[in-house]
Design a binder for this molecule. Structure first.
Ligand code: BGC
Length: 762
């Protein structure tokens, strides 16, 4: 008893010290900023709301900022992106600190989406690891490297839920599921920001793109988004909220409209929801010229849309300079208030304060750091592990994989000897020439014990016009001088000499990413011809598929003996793929976005709701919800992925079948490794709410655990479920649970589940 009282008292003292400390800190920040703002002119305050880019990195809009130096000196810039390196950043910082009237330091930002120079797999690939520690570690490495190079504000994580693989930016997020997406959002924010933003090895994160950007109609980038509030709250908003709860410093508004109002001018979104409901206390930055783009959305001229954005709660204008050029006039005309300008300015200054810039504006400019911190051996090792863990084994008939480190292989395909496509989309700070090609990774792994015959076999695409669109950020597709037939013939000839064929095929890195949408989810036809010809040789055929999106691989899954989906793996591509193909790492990744049978099934995802006419069996039934030409089920379900070993699920048990509100349900299941290798299994738990006040999904992911299980061993995995896991937003948008029956499902993927039913009453 005594012990508990002491513990309680200690807890009270700790909590009150903490709150005292944070309120002291707040007082300190406020008084510092009050003093500073008292000195600032209106123009200087508006200057803080201006984010410029002199044109480094990838330009995703048609405008770049001009007269940047002059603007910095005259206090018309709050932040900058596209400048890299501690010295260059220092020079630019010095313009603000030493040559502007008040010496307010600048923010230096960048898109560090999946690593800075040590490029990790694309985020969609990394999400397939379901490994939060690993994901957090990659974010920590990214922060360490970026800050070593002078960058301390990151335009990441991108947490947009995406259920339409036509959309090129599906590559940048964590896939289709709000529960997994929220866990990843949290891991990334924590990884980037650490415990202390002013630490010179952490960076401020930006959750983007608020909101619903991944639901662009027809998968066409920047397109209209229109969805019910119920779907927003239950399916699309949770990852943004999770990032806010993890303390993210900044939020970026999206290009699309939300409920008829463009996100960058949407007061409901940026103030009512983000600040008032979720308690976000950082600042909001627009996307690249997204304020100006509200003119095209039909919201008025530049002055009108800029006032609309400020009124909505947007604080910083990326590149568009609508704030800089019109807010003064809008203030004179009463279209915005001075309080609003002050508030936006205050939020940006607060971020600068938290980053420690007022103590030392050059804290991120240590010129000795890049050599120590960037692309270190340890960082590259993490990239290698991450790329191996991102791989998803889709098929492995007759245990073709792992390959033995002996004999002869034919290594063919347009991505086998490619370096420029390894990093994947949105790697503007990465360096292609550092990427390990697949052929080099194989040679390094197997040395002289395997004879490797290489042939390109096909171009990524044959059509020069298509190639031109893909090559917009530099050459990714090289069209060979030889005819397609000559290339295929060469590949067949080398295959004849080998015991096994490994064909590295798929998409060029810029076939996904921003404004890289496709209406066709197939591997390009010229590569398909190669695959068909290789299959005809009768030799064991292993496909290594690189891509930034789920693909409709129906034919390939039939033709090949084994398929390893590697996404775009990052700087350690070749090493990681060789590790997996040769069994140094047993693949454990599972899909985080459903693979459709064909593009017509899109949008497709696992947490569907029942219709009033659900299709009962696989067979076509008239007047049921189905298609004439294809089954309802996907090609590969969410959560799917094989291992070189086999796992059996047994003894699924619930410790109770009737529960009340305060009770916790304990679910246990045994995972038995019945195969020939040690491995890791991602155990997934889904819940169905059988009867509710709104239509509910047939299953929702509510828990998962990645467990290592040695060959021949069995592990018991347990999950604790409480009523918090049953909550959803109801028709009044209240977040609550409803009593009744629940089906609890556990298994290897969203379509391979065992279940128990329980009753929960209030
Ligand atoms: C993208 C953002 C990115 C910004 C700055 C935009 O086109 O939508 O995700 O952060 O450019 O590079």
């Amino acid at each position: 008893m005594k012990f508990w009282i002491i513990l309680l008292l200690a807890l009270v003292v700790f909590v009150s010290c903490k709150t005292e400390k944070s309120s002291d800190e707040n007082m300190e920040i406020n008084s510092f900023i009050n003093e500073l703002m008292a000195e600032m002119t209106l123009q200087e305050k508006i200057g803080q709301l201006n984010l410029v880019t002199p044109g480094g990195g990838i330009l995703t809009g048609s405008v770049v900022s001009t007269d940047v130096e002059e603007k910095i000196k005259s206090g018309q810039v709050g932040g900058i992106f596209g400048i890299y390196g501690p010295e260059k950043v220092k020079q630019a910082q010095a313009l603000a600190v030493e040559e502007s009237r008040l010496g307010i330091p600048l923010l230096f930002g960048s898109d560090v989406i999946h690593g800075y120079k040590t490029t990790f797999p694309i985020p969609l690939g990394l999400s397939c690891s379901w490994d939060m520690e690993l994901i957090k570690k990659t974010a920590q490495v990214a922060a360490k490297e970026a800050t070593a190079d002078g960058i301390f504000w990151n335009f990441s994580p991108m947490v947009d839920i995406a259920r339409d693989p036509r959309w090129g930016r599906i590559a940048e997020g964590a896939g289709e599921d709000p529960f997994l997406g929220s866990a990843i959002a949290k891991a990334m924010v924590e990884g980037y920001q650490g415990d202390d933003l002013s630490d010179s090895k952490t960076m401020m994160a930006t959750v983007k793109h608020l909101a619903l950007y991944g639901a662009s109609e027809a998968g066409r980038d920047y397109n209209t988004v229109d969805m019910s509030k119920l779907r927003m709250y239950n399916d699309y908003l949770p990852p943004y909220k999770a990032a806010v709860e993890a303390g993210v410093g900044c939020a970026m508004s999206s290009f699309n409209d939300v409920d008829g109002i463009p996100a960058s001018g949407n007061k409901w979104l940026l103030t009512d929801l983000l600040r008032n409901q979720w308690g976000f206390d950082g600042f909001v930055v627009s996307d690249y010229t997204s304020i100006n783009e509200m003119i095209a959305h039909g919201m008025g001229d530049l002055q009108a849309v800029s006032a609309m954005a400020l009124n909505a709660g947007l604080d910083m204008d990326m590149v568009g300079e609508g704030f800089l050029s019109t807010l003064e006039k809008s203030l004179e005309e009463g279209k915005v208030t001075e309080e609003q300008i002050d508030m936006a300015c205050r939020r940006i200054l607060e971020a600068k304060y938290k980053l420690g810039l007022f103590d030392d504006p050059y804290r991120y400019n240590d010129i000795s750091r890049p050599e120590k911190d960037i692309l270190s051996k340890e960082n590259r090792q993490i990239a290698r592990e991450a790329a191996a863990r991102a791989c998803v084994l889709l098929k492995n008939d007759n245990q073709v994989l792992p390959l033995k480190k002996s004999g002869k292989i034919a290594l063919v395909g347009p991505l086998a000897d490619s370096q420029n496509n390894m990093l994947g989309t949105w790697a503007p700070t990465g360096e292609h020439h550092l990427a390990v090609k697949v052929v080099d990774g194989f040679i390094k792994n197997v040395g002289s014990s395997v004879q490797i015959f290489y042939a390109k076999g096909a171009n990524i695409v044959d059509d020069p016009d298509y190639a031109k669109k893909i090559n917009v950020f530099g050459p990714k597709v090289f069209i060979d001088k030889r005819s397609p037939k000559e290339m295929i013939d060469e590949a067949i000839n080398v295959s004849k000499k080998a015991n096994v064929i490994v064909a590295v095929v798929g998409e060029a890195s810029e076939m996904t990413g921003e404004a890289a949408n496709r209406t066709n989810l197939l591997i390009p036809e010229n590569q398909k011809k190669l695959i068909r010809a290789l299959a005809k040789t009768g030799k064991p055929l292993v496909l290594v598929v690189m891509s930034g999106r789920p693909l409709a691989l129906t034919e390939e899954l039939e033709l090949a003996d084994a398929v390893l989906f590697t996404w775009h793996p990052g700087v350690e591509a070749g090493n990681a793929i060789a590790d997996v193909i040769y069994g140094d790492y047993n693949p454990s990744g599972k899909l985080t976005a459903t693979f459709p049978r064909n593009v017509g099934q899109v949008p497709i995802y696992h947490s569907i709701r029942n219709t009033g006419r659900p299709q009962g069996s696989d067979e076509f039934q008239k007047f049921k919800s189905n298609y004439l030409d294809v089954e309802n089920t996907p090609l590969l379900p969410f959560g799917y992925g094989l291992s070189y070993t086999d796992f059996e699920y047994a003894n699924l048990k619930a410790d109770k079948t009737k529960l009340t509100e305060s009770e916790v349900l304990n679910i246990t299941v045994d995972i038995i490794n019945t195969g020939n290798y040690d491995g890791e299994e991602i155990v997934q738990l889904y819940i169905r709410d059988m009867v509710a006040s709104i239509t509910r999904p047939l299953k929702e992911l509510k828990a998962f655990e990645k467990v290592p299980v040695k060959k021949g061993e069995s592990k018991s995995v347990s999950f604790k479920i409480s009523v918090d896991d049953l909550k959803f937003y109801n028709a009044n948008l209240d977040y609550d649970w409803e009593e009744g029956e629940f089906e609890i499902m556990v298994g290897a993927n969203s379509a391979d589940l065992q279940s128990v039913k329980v009753n929960w009453s209030k």
